[in-house]
Design a protein around this ligand. Structure first.
Ligand code: PEP
Ligand code: MG
Length: 320
């Protein structure tokens, strides 16, 4: 079965009856683009740019960043590239930035909040992205840890200023939905973005108030908990009402059960680690969209994650 999945990896991501669900890769460096495409990825749904900072002893300059983003955009040959702006703080520390210690770093200055505090980091990154977007219309920008409409407006305004300065055309802009408030405000956010991408890793942690790395809690912190799925359903409904698309780039997209229920909830793009691409495509191809929609509706009504998993399990078997 693994071989059959692998053999089908270059077919477009779609259900048995042909409903498109793009399957992209989460990759951090241009050097990994070749392997992602070879695995069947249809684009890059999450480029975690913080790795440029984490793997260096200094903040990468505007030119260094531009080189990396350009190499990635070129390697994808017109396929979508979603560049997520710097997401540090929380569990991702960068020693040379001299960030202040926070007792509660997951509720502190992380992601877009740090970028607002540190325009010396944010503006060069936006400029590097805008310079590449000038030549590569496949470039999309995505902001992490958006919690409020004000966050989105402030980030967009900074991007728009930089775009004008650099002479770049409009760039598709999306926000991560990884904070419960963003999911609940998706109706207000949707008209002001081009797309959403759900970060199920953080969304699960913040929804259940459980640290996924906590030894006693990790097993319960399940992204397929109906509380998390209901927030995703709120997000896809709001997006659809405004003609916008929703992707998922958190870990739930990479397991077959997650991919199926997410597609049933109306998600149009699943961005997963390179080794997971073929398996997600194979799982989608075995079922019709209407089956996924009906199981997703049932999943929303379950009392807990175990019940959701029990419901989905038969659909993930090879012979369905
Ligand atoms: C997420 O939170 O699901 C996500 C994709 O972002 P990260 O894992 O980088 O926090
Ligand atoms: Mg996250």
């Amino acid at each position: 079965a693994r071989e059959a999945a692998f053999a089908g990896r270059m077919q477009p991501g779609q259900t048995r009856d042909g409903a498109r669900v793009e399957v992209s890769a989460n990759i951090n460096r241009a050097a990994d683009a070749g392997a992602a495409l070879e695995s069947g990825a249809e684009g890059v749904g999450l480029m975690r740019t913080e790795f440029l900072y984490l793997e260096s002893d200094h903040a990468p300059t505007e030119d260094e960043q531009e080189r990396e983003y350009r190499a990635m955009a070129q390697a994808l040959e017109g396929r979508p590239l979603i560049i997520r702006t710097l997401d540090i703080g929380g569990d991702k520390a960068v020693p040379y930035l001299g960030l202040e210690h926070e007792d509660n770093s997951f509720l502190g200055i992380r992601g877009i909040r740090l970028c607002f505090e540190r325009p010396d980091l944010f503006l060069p990154q936006l400029r590097a992205i805008a310079r590449v977007a000038k030549d590569h219309p496949n470039v999309h920008v995505m902001f992490p840890m958006i919690a409020t409409l004000a966050d989105l407006r402030r980030a967009r305004a900074m991007l728009d200023d930089v775009r004008r300065e650099v002479g770049a055309p409009a760039i598709p802009v999306g926000v991560m939905i990884e904070v419960p408030s963003a999911a609940l405000m998706a109706r207000e956010l949707a008209p002001e973005v081009d797309f959403f991408s759900v970060g199920t890793n953080d969304l699960t942690g913040y929804t259940l108030a459980m640290d996924r790395l906590h030894p006693l809690l990790a097993r319960q912190a399940d992204a397929l908990h109906p509380a998390v799925l209901r927030l995703i359903a709120v997000t896809t409904e709001a997006a659809q009402a405004h003609g916008k698309w929703v992707g998922v780039c958190g870990g739930a997209a990479a397991e077959p059960a997650g991919a199926l229920v997410l597609a049933g909830l109306g998600v149009k793009e699943l961005s997963v680690s390179t080794p997971a691409v073929a398996g997600v495509k194979a799982a989608l191809r075995r079922l019709d969209l209407s089956q996924l929609q009906s199981v997703a509706r049932e999943a929303l009504a379950q009392p807990d994650a175990a019940a959701v998993r029990a419901l989905l399990e038969p659909l993930t078997l090879e012979n369905t």
